[in-house]
Design a protein around this ligand. Structure first.
Ligand code: CA
Length: 376
């Protein structure tokens, strides 16, 4: 089963209304996806997380390494791509290009064997995953707190049992927003906050102290991702679990967070940190530190399904009769591409998603949607 073609697609969609978080605003969604076709006519799909044109350029750079190779040997191919690029790109967007290709190879392998990726990763440890709604971004509204509360209520109505909101505008505004959202959703819904590394250690500690009464399940990226030691210090100052990792690459980057005791929850992004092949290694590494993984997940159904298979395969540590919940990040902000690119549609039942059972990632990619959103 030799690799015959590798095609990239940059898809983009203008948002009807831009939204922002602590770092910048979004006015369009842009994504790079990749299709690998083999000489027996199978094809697999992958997606990178990061700036789409750079991911595409990276995939074009990596393509000659893969053409003509046996698509089933994805671990060997992963190492070939890594070895031939690490001199100039040990971290960063080129790893997202490797990730996209790696995911496509797993999709292909699943299709070749007629098995879901989660089974090929080693087995489905669970049949259902709890999605948490990612939303509650900022707008220029003069009644932001009550707008956020209304949005939060809509997620509860849809059946979500966990919701994540943005913080990082200012401590005062954050506290007001959290208080209003918590009052609206009641005490039984889990609530997480994400600063996208907007704060200094002093500010993050102050915000943590002020929001502890609102039962926060985790504080994500409180401080800048370079400051491994500040993450550890913050953990010692607050009872709120600390999460991070979406800006890290490869097992080496995630090892920094683990060995520095920086996080309670490790948030690897499969589409940027090295694909499913590397994510599986990071999971093994995290298990040696007893650290929980809830991947960062953004983008289309390709990225989302890759994450579902990965989470389905994660070991519950510690093991016990009544397994803890396993969460998946489910972005609920506007994304026209995500809505139509893949089938079947993601359906939540009683607050849970079923682990996909179809071969490969378990999705079909709608090539007409590609045509509709294609930029290059
Ligand atoms: Ca985040």
């Amino acid at each position: 089963m030799r690799i015959k073609h590798i095609e990239t697609f940059i898809l983009s969609d203008q948002l009807s209304e831009s939204f922002f978080f602590s770092q910048w605003s979004y006015s369009e969604r842009q994504i790079c996806i990749v299709k690998i076709t083999t000489d027996n006519g199978l094809s697999g799909w992958g997606e990178g997380y990061g700036p789409a044109p750079i991911i595409e350029a990276g995939i074009k750079q990596l393509t000659p390494i893969l053409l003509g190779q046996n698509a089933l040997e994805q671990e060997k191919l992963w190492f070939d791509m890594y070895r031939k690029t690490l001199d100039f790109a040990r971290r960063g967007v080129l790893v997202a290009s490797i990730s996209a290709l790696d995911i496509a190879l797993w999709d292909l392998k699943g299709k070749a064997f007629g098995q879901p990726v989660s089974v090929l990763l080693g087995g489905q440890q669970r049949k259902r995953i709890m999605p948490y709604a990612t939303g509650l971004y900022f707008s220029k509204s003069d009644k932001l707190a009550s707008d956020l509360a209304v949005e939060a209520a809509s997620y509860v109505k849809q059946g979500f049992k966990a919701i994540k909101m943005k913080v990082g505008l200012s401590i005062e505004i954050d506290v007001e927003n959290i208080k209003t959202v918590r009052a609206m959703i009641g005490k039984h819904i889990k609530l997480m906050v994400d600063a996208n590394h907007a704060y200094s250690l002093r500010e993050a500690a102050e915000l943590s102290r002020l929001i502890e009464p609102y039962d926060i399940s985790w504080f994500e990226e409180p401080v800048s991702p370079e400051f491994y030691d500040q993450y550890r210090q913050l953990r010692s100052k607050t009872s709120i679990p600390i999460a991070g990792g979406e800006c890290e690459y490869l097992r080496f980057g995630h090892h920094q967070l683990l060995k520095n005791e920086s996080v309670d929850i490790l948030q690897i992004d499969i589409c940027s940190a090295g694909g499913l092949t590397e994510a599986k290694r990071v999971a093994a590494l995290a298990s040696t530190y007893g650290v929980e993984i809830v991947p960062h997940t953004w983008g289309t159904g390709i990225a989302f399904h890759a994450a579902m298979h990965f989470i389905a395969n994660l070991e519950a540590i510690p093991g016990r009769l009544m397994s803890p919940e396993f969460y998946i990040e489910y972005d609920r902000t506007e994304n026209g591409i995500r809505e139509v690119l893949t089938t079947p549609k993601i359906e939540m039942r009683e607050g849970y998603l079923k682990v996909p059972t179809g071969p490969g990632l378990g999705i079909e990619v709608n090539e007409e949607a590609i045509h509709q959103f294609r930029k290059s």
